[in-house]
Design a protein around this ligand. Structure first.
Ligand code: ZN
Length: 216
């Protein structure tokens, strides 16, 4: 008499318990897996950032800053960081000339990158500059000058539109550069109203490249 009652009661409790706990059981399971999912990348993200911060170079931060500032110029030699730049703008040159440029030393054949979007205004070979590129920025206010190139990028042509970071040539020592010290000679000119590629007021590229700042 009491045994079937107990069994019935046990069954009722069992069913009720299954009903009660049944839907609940997956709920905490979902609840625990759901935060666990974002927790995994959240945990790896700071560790990756910590690894980057622990790296001895300032390069990643500089590159990020250069990318963040709108209109900031790109470092025109592949693999060279801002920390490696030297301000050679006021260095004296022969015949009382001032340098008015930055020299970026790199092994011959290192890709030279466009510092910004623009157009190839002139491809010119000169005695001093050797193989050179004159690039106008889209606003037509500034001219970027790249000199001593070993060679141009394949297919590079005058009046061609180029984009920031595009390979336009390769580091060399053409012109009056020493073959022992291949480098990119890079100038920035503020163009006059005539927009002549060979004429303009020189700006020091160093603070612009070093600080990832936009042009004034
Ligand atoms: Zn130079």
């Amino acid at each position: 008499m009491s045994l079937p009652k107990l069994l019935a009661l046990g069954l009722v409790i069992g069913v009720a318990g299954w009903w009660w706990l049944g839907p609940r059981t997956p709920a905490p399971a979902v609840a625990t897996t759901a935060p666990a999912m974002p927790a995994t990348p959240a945990r790896t993200a700071p560790s990756a950032a910590a690894t980057a911060a622990a790296a001895p170079t300032v390069a990643p931060a500089r590159m990020a800053a250069a990318q963040d500032a709108p209109g900031a110029l790109l470092l025109p030699v592949q693999g060279i960081t801002a920390a490696q730049l030297r301000d050679t703008f006021t260095d004296a040159r022969s015949e009382g000339r001032v340098h008015d440029a930055i020299d970026i030393l790199a092994p011959a054949g290192t890709p030279v990158l466009a510092v910004a979007d623009g157009t190839v205004e002139k491809l010119f070979r000169s005695e001093r500059g050797g193989l050179t590129v004159y690039q106008f920025e889209p606003g037509g206010q500034y001219c970027y000058y790249y000199a001593h190139l070993q060679r141009y990028a394949d297919g590079l042509a005058e009046h061609q539109a180029i984009t920031r970071g595009q390979v336009i040539g390769y580091v060399g020592s053409t012109g009056n550069a020493s073959p022992d010290a291949p480098h990119l000679h890079f100038e920035i000119h503020r163009l006059g109203p005539e927009k002549q590629w060979w004429k303009g007021q020189a700006l020091n590229p160093y603070p612009l490249l070093r600080g990832g700042q936009p042009l004034p």
